[in-house]
Design a binder for this molecule. Structure first.
Ligand code: FAD
Length: 399
């Protein structure tokens, strides 16, 4: 019988195992995960789990009933593709098909490794360490005004902490959004009672303070670093599996790696997007939900001698920050026109990005209907009259 081994027990790994069973795979399925906990979902870690309004976020999956073997607290150390062996902390594991789903690791602030009071926010253990920090209502410094920084700052303000967010760029979300779109978001920090300091680089962390490179000392009972994440693939060095410039596994459009019978999915892998004509490295939840279906179909189809399906999603993610529900669909880098629906200083607005007369991406703040309608237009590639898009009272439709 065929043996599928999945490395990584996060969303992408677990969904791959589930999708294999849904698609009728009858061989053995083993999921290997480094963390000791029952597999869990990450988005609640910066929201309900952090605030203590939810105890945990374990996936509601009956692994036993599905015949999925979990090996937790077990770390993959290397792959020997020639021998079809995965080396782990518990010894070698043979596979017929291997799925890499090791996700991403947060980038550390140089010089802060092991410094007490400096936290990351990626794992359940991180969130559990941060809960009492919020409860103590310290002065908290958040390094990085990205998605994680904004969500953590939101929770910390809700918990009654004094929050300063220091950001090296001139605005929040500088890596993700153009300046004109991120500009209104800067005001959200102040509205929530958090201080946002842009152009602020951390020189060092001292007991009780973060020192910026202009000499400013910002009092800090605790520091939370949210400056990005990198694919967790160091363990693949020397395996022959091709990696890209950010350390991501270079998957093809069927989510197969450069090595036979090894697939890659979720935060650890990039794939070529037909739709956008470039390689995408997506670090969002929906990609870890959709990609696994393609991987499973590829594995199941290969047994039947079928051509595997192509993965070509309209990327989607959401963020909950400062009382707002922010949603994004598509990919805007090749857009030539930016259109606004609604007033960006108000509570609800949408930005549409077009290339020619096609919608390629949109960001909706408090307008979930825009998101749903816009995502359909992006997916279908429907030609649009841009003049009709700017009236927020009209549905986001072609005509
Ligand atoms: P991961 O969830 O990182 O899982 C990978 C797993 O593999 C980990 O458990 C890791 O321990 C394990 N692993 C790594 N290396 C090895 C190894 N060598 N051997 C064995 N196991 C290994 N996305 C959104 O769209 N919206 C949100 O609101 C949102 N909120 C988020 C909030 C937080 C705090 C975080 C951290 C992320 C959030 N995301 C959000 C992103 C989303 O959670 C990720 O895109 C998703 O978790 C990716 O799933 P994954 O399975 O690819 O990787």
């Amino acid at each position: 019988r065929r043996r599928v081994v999945v490395v990584g027990a996060g969303m992408a790994g677990v969904q791959t195992a589930v999708a294999l069973r849904e698609q009728g795979f009858t061989g053995t399925v083993t999921v290997i995960g480094a963390e000791p906990h029952q597999p869990y979902d990450r988005p609640p870690l910066s929201k309900a789990v952090l605030l203590g309004t939810a105890e945990g976020s374990a996936f509601d999956v009956d692994f036993e009933a599905l015949g999925i073997e979990l090996r937790l607290g077990c770390e993959a150390l290397g792959v020997r593709p020639g021998a079809r062996l995965l080396d782990t902390s518990a010894g070698p594991v043979p596979y017929d098909a291997l799925v890499l789903a090791t996700g991403a690791e947060p980038v550390r602030l140089p010089g802060t490794e092991g410094v007490p009071g400096v936290h990351l926010l990626r794992t359940l253990d991180d969130a559990e360490q941060l809960r009492p920090v919020l409860a103590r209502q310290h002065d908290i410094v958040v390094v990085g005004a990205g998605w994680i920084g904004a969500e953590f700052a939101t929770a910390a303000r809700e918990a009654g902490c004094a929050v300063t967010v220091v950001e090296a760029a001139d605005r929040p979300l500088a890596g993700a959004l153009p300046a004109e779109v991120a500009a209104p978001m800067a005001g959200w920090y102040a509205d929530a009672g958090a201080v946002l300091r842009t152009h602020a680089r951390v020189a060092r962390v001292e007991p009780g303070a973060v020192v910026l490179d202009d000499g400013t000392r910002v009092p800090a009972g605790a520091v939370v670093v949210g400056i990005g994440a990198r694919p967790a693939t160091a363990w693949l060095a020397g395996s022959g599996i091709a990696l890209g410039a950010h350390g991501e596994v270079l998957a093809d459009e069927q989510l197969r790696t450069s090595v036979p019978d090894v697939h890659a999915v979720g935060d650890c892998a990039s794939f070529p997007s037909r739709r956008y004509g470039e390689r995408l490295l997506v670090h969002h939840w929906d990609n870890a939900l959709q990609g696994p279906r393609t991987v499973a179909a590829g594995i199941v189809g290969a047994e039947a001698g079928e051509e595997p399906p192509v993965y070509d999603p309209v990327p989607y993610f959401w963020s909950e920050q400062f009382g707002r529900f922010v949603q994004y669909a598509g990919h805007h880098t090749a857009a030539d026109t930016t259109l606004w629906r609604g007033d960006p200083s108000g509570p609800a607005w949408t930005v549409c990005w077009l290339r020619g007369d096609r919608l390629v991406a949109l960001l909706a703040v408090g307008r979930p209907r825009d998101l749903a309608q816009g995502k359909r237009l992006i997916d279908a590639g429907t030609p649009l009259d841009p003049g009709l898009l700017t009236d927020p009272a009209r549905p986001l439709k072609a005509a």
